[in-house]
Design a protein. Structure first.
Length: 275
């Protein structure tokens, strides 16, 4: 099924349902490089998350990811899906784990999931980095940087290994998406009040794969990923080489393979119901 005009989500392919959840400041479109391969095996749903450009709205104020996960659950209900393979990156990985503990996951693949750390310094680092990203999107020079492949690679170096591989129009759209994100400040205020995730109640029958790019400069495994391993003891940990924090454009084949080899382990009989 092609993208639907007016709907900031994508649905296509066939097979057991797989939901793609993007990171902060982005939209579902960041997953485009891997969608075709995934649709060969799955019905792929890629929504834009609440509080992001084109996604459901959010009430102003300090809030965690609860309202974001609620909106994804509502989307699943509208689509007639009880449980799905959940694949998330950064914020989307956090949301995927939250939905898993609500019983909505057949499996979880989380690329550098956000939300966990073990020191105040690690928390403050993330908050500063997110605010810097938001400010830099407002700079008049940012659009010029993004329009040149070499400069784009440098400008996106915290998030990707090969920012130069992102098409010019996509890079410029990413700037607009960051400017328009309504979730960030409320989420950062919530983090300041509540701190790190301190537990996940994910049934051990739900397989979880934590995927951490070795070169992740945004949420490096030490100290962030190590905490996630403690939060989800039964999770499998997979390091990825040659990609950054947002790996979909760095190496679409590697990302697709990392997802599909894991979802293939889940028996078809446990698939969610689609209508």
């Amino acid at each position: 099924m092609p993208e639907s005009p007016g709907l900031e989500m994508h649905r296509g392919g066939g097979g057991s349902p797989l939901v793609l959840l993007h990171g902060i400041n982005m939209t579902w479109k960041i997953w485009r490089p891997v969608v075709p391969a995934l649709e060969e095996q799955h019905t792929v749903l890629a929504p834009t998350l609440a509080g992001h450009l084109g996604g459901p709205g959010l009430v102003a104020g300090a809030h965690g990811i609860g309202p974001v996960a609620d909106a994804v659950e509502e989307m699943l209900d509208r689509q007639g899906i009880d449980r799905a393979h959940l694949v998330g990156n950064s914020l989307g990985g956090w949301v995927a784990c939250e939905l898993a503990q609500r019983g909505r996951a057949m499996s979880v693949v989380a690329f550098s999931p956000a939300g966990a750390w073990d020191t105040r310094a690690a928390q403050q680092r993330i908050v500063r980095l997110m605010r810097l990203t938001r400010r830099s999107a407002q700079w008049s020079s940012t659009r010029n940087l993004m329009s040149r492949p070499g400069l784009r690679r440098a400008a996106l170096g915290l998030a990707l290994e090969r920012g130069d591989l992102i098409p010019n129009d996509v890079a410029l759209q990413m700037v607009e998406e960051t400017r328009a994100c309504l979730l960030l400040e409320g989420l950062l205020r919530w983090i300041d009040q509540h701190g790190s995730i301190d537990r996940f109640d994910i049934d051990s029958a739900c397989p979880v794969r934590l995927v951490w790019p070795v070169a992740d400069r945004t949420i490096p495994y030490e100290p962030y990923g190590r905490v996630y391993r403690d939060l989800i003891p039964h999770a499998e940990l997979v390091p990825l080489r040659g990609v950054g924090h947002v790996p979909m454009y760095d190496d679409p084949r590697l990302v697709s393979r990392t997802i599909l080899e894991f979802t293939a382990r889940v028996p078809a009989a446990s698939a969610g119901t689609t209508t």
